[in-house]
Design a protein around this ligand. Structure first.
Ligand code: SAM
Length: 242
């Protein structure tokens, strides 16, 4: 929940907006029912509802000690794809542990984001991230952003960057993904970059490489634009969480 208050057992919190709606209208909960509340800074509490009308309030009982986050902060950066692929990427990527999503315009992208509709689009994707985070018991709700080109993408802060490039897969560089992932230390920020349906223009890969992104392959099969980030997140969690 989005509050600046300091969470501690015994404290009563008032729940508003979408969360209150979810508790009362979707889950049809009543006083004494238990809920899990996640505060900023990744603290999760089990709480008991003290009232559901006229406002919704809950008393914090105990802090939960589970950790559902990956050991590193992963940003998934994707070229703009057609139809509802961005929705799918945000929903499934949140389930798989991504901490942020960036959608960027690129040379071979067929899809374009109308600047007038951009705010609404990002709000919609942010809601998908919130719902998926709640569903998969995440402690972090991933942030969704837009970047106008690869140059802007190159400037994002990171400890490690990888760019998935099918030419690298053809050249047999799939082992590179395992190697760079094993170099990650807990708490570091990694950005994984994926092309749109049309792939990357070679100069975009050169530009990303110059900005410190390592080219990696994702196996010998060409994956769809929305499958490639899921392969990466699954591989990363397998390598780092074992
Ligand atoms: N341009 C490619 C083509 O038409 O043959 C397909 C691009 S693919 C649909 C979209 C993106 O997924 C690529 O730009 C790349 O980032 C990633 N990708 C898909 N398969 C991959 C693989 N085997 N290795 C590395 N990246 C891959």
């Amino acid at each position: 929940i989005d509050t600046a208050m300091t969470a501690a057992p015994g404290t009563t919190v008032t729940l508003t907006g979408e969360i209150a709606h979810h508790i009362v209208r979707v889950m049809r909960m009543a006083p004494k029912d238990k809920v899990e509340l996640v505060f900023p800074h990744q603290q999760a509490y089990v709480a008991e509802l003290t009232q559901t009308t006229p406002t919704v309030a809950a008393r914090l009982i105990a802090q939960l000690s589970f950790n559902s986050e990956l050991p590193v902060a992963v940003t998934i950066a994707c070229g703009l794809s057609k139809k509802d692929k961005a929705d799918w990427i945000v929903q499934k990527g949140t389930e798989l542990g991504a901490q942020a999503f960036v959608f960027f315009a690129s040379t071979y992208a067929i899809a374009k984001w109308d600047p007038k509709k951009q705010v609404k689009k990002l709000e919609r994707l942010q809601k998908i991230a919130r719902d998926a985070a709640r569903q998969s018991h995440r402690l972090v709700v991933p942030e969704v952003r837009y970047q106008k080109n690869v140059t802007a993408l190159c400037q994002l802060p990171k400890d490690q960057g990888v760019v998935a490039y099918e030419e690298a897969a053809k050249a047999g560089e799939t082992a590179q993904l395992v190697q760079v992932t094993q170099q990650l230390k807990p708490g570091q920020r990694v950005i994984g970059v994926f092309g749109p349906e049309g792939g990357f223009a070679p100069q975009e890969v050169t530009q990303l490489n110059a900005a410190g992104f390592t080219t990696v392959g994702l196996g010998p099969r060409i994956l769809r634009a929305e499958t490639a980030p899921m392969y990466y997140l699954s591989a990363l969690s397998t390598i780092l969480e074992l």
